[in-house]
Design a binder for this molecule. Structure first.
Ligand code: HAM
Length: 436
């Protein structure tokens, strides 16, 4: 048997109903903040990520799906989308359009990580980027937009973790201090930390090994080493959040796994998720456009891990809305070829009318005896069965069986349509839940 590749998975109904709901909520919120959708290719030139995300990061150094194209070029399945969005911003000169560039995206990303709960090799992100301003008010608005999405989808009890990791004016001095300190205590740390101390010392702060924690806690904190401009930026952001009553925790040890970040970084965590508890991550990347050969274009963005978002919704008791047939069409065998069978033709036409009225209709591809047909309608959890047999055809009235209330009505075609107009219960409920 051929199976899906390790770390990838099939998303099936009814789970996909919850995915659709999350995406519908996100799109609706993006719309209200005036974000437009961007769709970038799933593969790009490898050097986009090497330069954008950073050669030394885990993502670029060991997790990318990189392959040689037939003409010898090096291509990579996108491990994230921010580099692609900024490439598109530069390529299409989006700064020439009025106002801030506000873009959102949804789609699959690829990283060859060790699969576990909440961590896959093909996973999905819902993200947004605001490019063209360094104002902390943009950061604050983005965090508000995120809260709207998380709460709109029904997520409760998440925690916003915030940090500022400085900019090219102050980070080198901080890294210097960090290296000096690591020089003194490095020998006591794990092998990974000792390696990182040399290549990418910020990543030491991210170590999860319990024995290392007391030592790491005593290392210099980035938030104590910010330059005046970065400090003011961070304080303004926090003042707006406080004014708004939005809870957050400053976590100076939170460093993110991508090199483009400057100043604000953040994560929203959900404690029901276990080890992989970051539902989303993001931050500022004021130098990314220039690093990719574009103009100065400070930006900030985030990506929600949709797989983890759905998992945390399930942990919070949010279930996929039940989608079931409103009407199961029962057409009784008349012994004719289906295309010529008058019962099938009636059933086919009625199904079209009912669907046009917005109902979910299941029209089975074969005639069945009434008992078998109703049994099948019951298994599919249909609300109503509409019976079309010889009597119905002769009299022009159809039998509508309510499979919940166990009652039946004889209705003409017009009465049937009116009946559903007045009994919008199942349909209306679905629409209220935001399911298109
Ligand atoms: P990231 O932290 O690498 O940031 O990923 C964002 C989110 O994607 C994570 O918090 C997590 O929920 C999800 N995620 C990452 N890797 C996996 C995986 N292997 N399986 C399942 N979910 C995963 C970025 O990607 C940045 N582009 C975010 C950003 C946008 N920064 C600025 N703009």
């Amino acid at each position: 048997m051929i199976r899906a590749i390790k770390g990838t998975r099939d998303l099936l109904p009814p789970d996909t109903e919850l995915w659709n709901r999350v995406e519908a909520v996100a799109r609706a919120v993006f719309r209200t903040y005036n974000y437009g959708e961007i769709r970038t290719p799933v593969f790009e030139e490898t050097q986009l990520f090497a330069r954008g995300v950073g050669e030394e990061t885990d993502i670029v150094s060991k997790e990318m799906y990189t392959f040689e194209d037939r003409d010898g070029g090096s291509l990579t399945l996108r491990p994230e989308a921010t580099a692609s969005v900024v490439r598109a911003y530069i390529q299409h000169r989006l700064w020439e359009r009025p106002g801030l560039t506000r873009l959102y995206y949804m789609g699959p990303m690829f990283r060859r990580e060790r699969p576990q709960k909440g961590r896959y090799r093909q996973f999905y992100q819902i993200g947004a980027e605001a490019i063209g301003s360094e104002s902390p008010l943009v950061d604050a608005e983005m965090l508000q937009m995120l809260a709207d999405i998380l709460e709109g989808a029904g997520l409760k009890q998440y925690e916003l973790r915030l940090n500022s990791i400085g900019d090219p004016a102050c980070r080198p001095a901080y890294l210097e201090r960090l290296r000096a300190e690591l020089g003194k205590v490095g020998e006591q740390l794990c092998g990974d930390c000792r390696r990182r101390a040399a290549t990418n010392p910020l990543r030491v702060l991210d170590c999860k090994i319990p024995a290392d924690q007391p030592i790491i806690e005593r290392l210099p904190r980035v938030t104590d080493c910010l330059c005046a401009a970065c400090r003011e930026h961070f304080e303004t952001l926090q003042a707006v959040l406080r004014q708004r009553g939005m809870a957050y925790t400053v976590v100076p040890r939170m460093v993110r796994g991508l090199d483009y970040y400057t100043r604000t970084t953040f994560e929203f965590v959900h404690h029901g998720l276990g080890a992989q508890n970051a539902v989303l991550g993001g931050g500022r990347y004021d130098g990314l456009s220039e690093a990719l050969g574009g103009p100065k274009a400070p930006g900030i963005g985030f990506s929600i891990g949709a797989d983890r978002f759905v998992l945390s919704l399930e942990e919070s008791g949010v279930t996929p809305p039940a989608v079931r047939p409103d009407v199961y069409m029962v057409w009784l065998p008349a012994g004719e070829a289906p295309a010529a069978d008058p019962a099938f033709r009636q059933a086919d036409e009625m199904a079209r009318l009912l669907r046009a009225a917005g109902l979910v209709v299941e029209l089975p591809p074969e005639a069945r005896k009434i008992g078998r047909a109703l049994e099948q309608a019951g298994k599919l959890n249909a609300r109503y069965a509409l019976i079309i047999g010889e009597n119905e055809l002769r009299e022009g009235r159809y039998q509508l069986k309510d499979l919940e209330q166990r009652e039946a009505r004889q209705l003409s075609r017009q009465e049937l349509l009116e009946f559903f107009e007045n009994h919008k219960d199942t349909k209306a409920q679905r629409h209220e839940e935001g399911i298109p």
